[in-house]
Design a protein around this ligand. Structure first.
Ligand code: ATP
Ligand code: MG
Length: 419
């Protein structure tokens, strides 16, 4: 293993004390242990790591035996969560190569997709199984050394995203790695190595095999981590957006569509940067709004406009999007409310104004209206109307109480008949 002095490369005061304590404890017990992954990468780039991961040759059971407040989670990858005060350190056992004997702990589908991966291995094997060279750096915080076998340090210096090994093979094993490439290129502002990039074209169709729940998790990371705007550009550039939100891509040609989505992403990124709360509901509502508008126009043109065409279009867009990305109801219901409010806002009815202002989604719907108005001068008067109404009745805005969620009634437990 290529060993490098970390002293001049990493600001030791930025290390999590808890992560260092976990490493120290494992080492005192004669295991090897390192801080790995995103934390080392971010420290080398002078960024504050989001969280700290530790890799070790101790098995999950051995890890759990060493720490109070440690528990094993996960199935596809078994991980141990070690709670240290308020921090949770993720500890994983080195992963190894698969061979014929490991069928019980590792499994590939008939397309080469990894569906279970709990074969343990050595440090070298663990490094080779990671996704990107820049994510395969191992920091020993006790002796202040970085282990770099796959040229991760050089790729950090060259600002390059590079898949470890043969990109197409690694994408086949886990197609989500393609989304991770786009995400890290956007987050770090790095270039993507040529082979890492070109293999995406031949492999992106494999994302169709990924469960929609995992794609939803990944979509949150793509768009809710503070770099949505540049991630969106990367996803479009590498034709990956269509694997997640084909409806959105179909409507991107509409005038102003791309700008509307980009602006929504900029607003979200800005709020995250200022530490303000953000909701995926608004972001996904904006991302899919051009698709809803497109379908709504089609419904009107076909003369099928019974009820609200936007409502019907919203339902269609949502049903079709859920096949790829499992947006949970707590977000999809607000999304539809935001869409449904658009035609009602457009009407500017003074009579209805107060009851519309009071709706819980009014603010979010108004924010979408603002984005629509940037490319539609006809909406300027509508924006003005609702700005005036909000000034007139500031206390009413969003004042409608949240609907009461009916408490689940417990089914009375059936008593065993006395013997
Ligand atoms: P961040 O948490 O800042 O988004 P990260 O690099 O820590 O970035 P995680 O998703 O937390 O990303 O994963 C931790 C580490 O696990 C990664 O650095 C990488 O080495 C490895 N990893 C994660 N997902 C995969 C994958 N799909 N294939 C191979 N290795 C992966
Ligand atoms: Mg991480």
């Amino acid at each position: 293993m290529n060993e490098v002095d970390a002293q001049s490369l990493i600001d030791a005061s930025a290390l999590s004390k808890s992560a260092v304590a976990v490493v120290a404890r494992l080492r005192e017990n004669n295991y090897s242990a390192f801080i790995v992954g995103g934390a080392v990468r971010d420290l080398l780039l002078g960024k504050r790591p989001k969280d700290f991961d530790v890799a070790t040759n101790a098995t999950p059971e051995q890890i759990v035996a060493l720490f109070r407040g440690a528990r094993i989670i996960g199935r596809r990858f078994q991980i141990v969560h070690v709670r240290m005060g308020r921090e949770i350190i993720e500890v994983t056992t080195f992963r190894g190569h698969h061979d014929g004997d490991s069928a019980k702990v590792a499994a590939k589908s008939n397309k080469g997709l990894l569906i279970r991966d709990n074969v343990y291995g050595t440090l070298d094997q663990d490094a080779a199984r990671r996704d990107l060279t820049i994510n395969a750096l191992y920091l020993d915080p006790i002796n202040n050394l970085i282990y770099d076998d796959l040229n991760g340090l050089e790729d950090i210096q060259q600002r390059t995203i590079r898949i470890i090994g043969d990109p197409a093979g690694r994408y086949r094993e886990d197609p989500v790695r393609m989304l991770r490439v786009a995400r890290f290129a956007a987050k770090l502002g790095f270039n993507i190595d040529t082979l890492t990039q070109t293999a995406i074209a031949e492999c992106r169709h494999l994302l169709a095999d990924i469960p929609s729940a995992r794609l939803f998790d990944e979509a949150l990371k793509l768009f809710m981590s503070g770099h949505a705007t540049s991630t969106f550009e990367q996803l479009i550039r590498h034709n990956l957006l269509e694997t997640l939100f084909p409806e959105a891509v179909n409507a991107l040609h509409l005038e102003g569509a791309r700008d509307l989505i980009s602006q929504a992403m900029k607003n979200t990124d800005g709020r995250i940067a200022r530490g303000k709360p953000v909701t995926p509901a608004f972001l996904f509502a904006a991302l899919l709004w051009p698709a809803v508008a497109l379908r709504s126009d089609e419904i009107v043109r076909a003369g099928n406009a019974e009820g609200s065409p936007v409502n019907a279009a919203g339902q269609q867009v949502l049903i079709s999007s859920l096949q790829r990305v499992a947006i949970p109801k707590r977000f999809s219901i607000p999304m539809r409310e935001i869409w449904d409010l658009q035609p009602r806002l457009d009407k500017c009815s003074t009579k209805r104004a107060k009851s519309i202002l009071a709706l819980r989604r009014f603010r979010a719907a108004f924010d979408l209206l603002l984005l629509r108005a940037e490319h539609d001068d006809a909406l300027n008067n509508v924006v003005k109307f609702w700005e005036e109404q909000q000034q007139l009745f500031p206390d009413i805005v969003g004042s409608q109480p949240a609907p009461e969620i009916p408490k689940k009634r417990r089914r009375p437990r059936r008593r065993k008949p006395a013997a």
